[in-house]
Design a protein around this ligand. Structure first.
Ligand code: NI
Length: 203
């Protein structure tokens, strides 16, 4: 197991598209496990292979609410609870979608930024699990949002691309100009706010 480097916007490698896997090799299985370890180490709830500079269609997720290390399944929707997490999906594909929802999304590749993004509420997903076996399920809630966010990564897309053009451009130029606030030295009010925001979910 290993903790991998997570690429950050504006790294151009985040724009590369993932290629579908033909079969789940031992190397890909190890990559999935390393990605889960990496995601947990940064308190993320989802991670896509593109974020660790691997151009394969692979996402890992664990959106179960936790408090002091304890899982709180009572906070999940019925559909979310029916899915076993952590979840590894190779070649994830949305085959059904219904309704709309919004959520304040964050991302380990765009740390300290949180913006409201619109997604489908309920989705049907298919793909392959960590053993290469076909899986297919319907879900909603945070798990549905997170899967849509991670699949975007496989297509080279970030949540800040999904904002209004003005907002998207403002955030991107700010990051390009100033980088990210250093959370170990929160000096300005803005940096303190960013530090607090880190407690929220980074997808
Ligand atoms: Ni992300």
């Amino acid at each position: 197991m290993a903790i991998l480097e997570v690429l950050k916007f504006p790294d151009p490698r985040l724009r590369k598209k993932g290629v579908a896997v033909k079969s789940v090799t031992p190397e890909l299985k190890t990559l999935a496990q390393d990605m889960l370890e990496t995601m947990y180490s940064f308190n993320g709830i989802g991670l896509a292979a593109a974020q660790v500079d691997k151009q394969v269609r692979l996402i890992v997720l664990d959106t179960r609410p936790r408090e002091n290390g304890r899982y709180k399944p009572e906070e999940l929707t019925d559909l979310e609870r029916a899915v076993t997490q952590p979840l590894v999906i190779f070649n994830p594909e949305i085959v059904g979608k219904e309704g709309k929802t919004t959520y304040d999304e964050g991302c380990l590749s765009v740390p300290t930024y949180f913006e409201t993004v619109e997604r489908f509420d309920k989705i049907e997903v298919k793909g392959l699990d960590i053993d290469g076996k076909p899986i297919q399920f319907t879900t909603d809630g945070l798990l549905s949002i997170c899967i849509q966010h991670e699949i975007d990564h496989l297509d080279g897309k970030l949540f800040i691309d999904r904002l209004s053009p003005v907002k998207s451009m403002r955030i991107k130029s700010k990051i390009k100009k100033f980088g990210y606030p250093d959370p170990s030295h929160p000096e300005s009010e803005e940096e303190l706010e960013a530090e607090l925001a880190k407690e929220e979910h980074q997808l």
